[in-house]
Design a binder for this molecule. Structure first.
Ligand code: ADP
Ligand code: MG
Length: 452
């Protein structure tokens, strides 16, 4: 039982750096390792929907991750867990026993407090402003707008504000822009927009995460700004986060931009080495030993930029070391990080190839064998090999568990046809360009597109 928990913790660490942030938060963050017996690993999740989604969409990756950790073959079962913790997770709504309510009240994540936020030059202003907002809501900075690339602590700060606000006896609501958009769509469908809007009327502090998600959703944006104005005019505090400053949110009208910029706009920069090390020290939940200190140094050196990855790497490596009794060496760390980058590159490649042939990534990795799907699959194989020199076995796994021979056959087919088929060569060049373009620096708008 204990060990299932530990194993799953290690797996989550690794999965966290392999799947997209949205998928991790939605499908994995609130799961638990329940048991591991007779090569069957049971994972508890919050509801049937999550269980189904994971079984359908993430099974191969989850299984492979677990197999790597336990060093033995394993089947994975996702069950609807009855553990208390499952329901107490951040996504749990404190609502009235099952009936659908529109505004999701958030139970703030106990891990995201001001106390365990590591302050450094890269986030000092954002931190100070967040604290200030709790002390004098709607007085100093309204709205407070915090922006950064992903994994820099924006969500952490919003939750910290939520905790402190409630401790001060005031009411705070947290919502991600995505949740907000989903609920708004539902409200429109059920002709309940007024009720939806009135949910926000009585709160003191409105915490709105990842506003860039709304950039191209005109109607939802409009609703958001109605609520914004109402709260603002009633002297309520608004805190908003985004992946760039309001002025860089191109599709927004200048009127909306100036609303967002009307208080304080501050950013969080990626942490420098010293900060990364302090964060890791703070996150390592065991006593510091010289060996652990060494591990933290290596992680802080190798993983730069994103605190979420830093955490994922730490959790995975320490759990792995505890389980296997093996020492963590620079090689194990390298191996982990390389495999995480591969996963990201592969996901992008498959998405672009699928789009090019008007298929879904699932169709590409699935069983369909019509001409178009086979061609698309062969092109994906060709690109994985030409661009990245991935081993055949890895390509086979990425394509839903196909064997060496199949992969080699696909590669050779495309390689030999390229020279005699200019149209194929042109298509491959086009796809390559698209992949490169997507890998380049993201604009807020592209980021929205990619998230779909
Ligand atoms: P964002 O919302 O900017 O994408 P998150 O708030 O989700 O980032 O942070 C990702 C992870 O990194 C969280 O687990 C968070 O606790 C942690 N984190 C980020 N910055 C810090 C920090 N300065 N101190 C401690 N933990 C941090
Ligand atoms: Mg966030």
């Amino acid at each position: 039982m204990e060990s299932a928990k530990e194993i799953w913790k290690a797996a989550l660490g690794k999965l966290q750096i392999q799947v997209s942030k949205a998928n991790y938060t939605t499908w994995l963050s609130n799961s638990q390792g329940l048991s591991y017996k007779d090569n069957v690993f049971v994972v508890g999740v919050a509801n049937v929907f999550v269980a189904e989604w994971l079984s359908k969409r993430l099974y191969p990756l989850v299984r492979k991750t677990l197999v790597d950790i336990v060093g033995d073959d394993a089947e994975v079962q996702f069950v609807v867990g009855n553990g208390e913790q499952l329901r107490a997770g951040p996504a749990a709504s404190q609502t009235d026993g099952g009936t659908s309510t529109l505004a999701v009240r958030y139970r703030f994540n106990p891990k995201y407090t001001f106390d365990n936020f590591v302050v450094s030059d890269s986030n000092r202003l954002a931190y100070a402003a967040a604290v200030e907002v709790c002390e004098c809501p709607a007085d100093s900075y309204n709205p407070l707008f915090i922006h950064s690339s992903t994994g820099q602590g924006k969500t952490h700060l919003l939750h910290a504000i939520g905790h402190l606000t409630e401790n001060n006896g005031l009411q705070a609501i947290y919502t991600t822009a995505e949740q907000f958009a989903n609920e708004f769509v539902l409200a429109v469908r059920e002709k309940q927009v007024d009720a939806f809007r009135s949910k926000f009327r009585s709160i003191h502090v409105f915490l709105f995460d990842d506003v860039h998600f709304l950039i191209d959703k005109k109607q939802t944006l409009q609703c958001f700004f109605h609520i914004f104005n109402e709260l603002y005019n009633n002297n309520r505090q608004i805190v908003i986060t985004g992946d760039c400053a309001p002025k860089d949110m191109q599709p927004l009208s200048s009127k909306l931009k100036s609303r967002l910029e009307g208080g304080l706009v501050t950013d969080i920069q990626p942490p420098d080495f010293e900060t990364r090390l302090s964060i890791l020290r703070a996150k390592a939940d065991t006593a510091m030993t010289p060996e652990l200190e060494g591990v933290l140094h290596i992680i802080a050196e190798k993983v730069s930029g994103n605190v979420r990855q830093l955490e994922g790497a730490l959790v995975y490596l320490t759990a792995q070391a505890r389980l296997s009794g093996a020492r963590i060496t620079p090689q194990t760390i390298n191996k982990l990080l390389t495999s995480a980058t591969h996963q990201q590159d592969i996901r992008l490649l498959l998405r672009v190839v699928a789009e090019h042939f008007s298929l879904s990534p699932d169709e590409l990795t699935g069983k369909k064998r019509d001409r178009m799907t086979s061609l698309a699959r062969h092109v994906a194989i060709y690109l994985m090999r030409e661009r990245h020199q991935y081993p055949l076995a890895e390509i086979g796994r990425a394509l839903g568990g196909r064997n060496h021979a199949t992969i080699l056959h696909g590669y050779e087919k495309v390689a030999s046809r390229m020279s005699v088929n200019p149209d194929l060569a042109r298509q491959i060049a086009e796809i390559t360009e698209k992949i490169d373009a997507r890998k380049g620096p993201k604009t807020a708008h592209q980021a929205v597109q990619n998230r779909r």
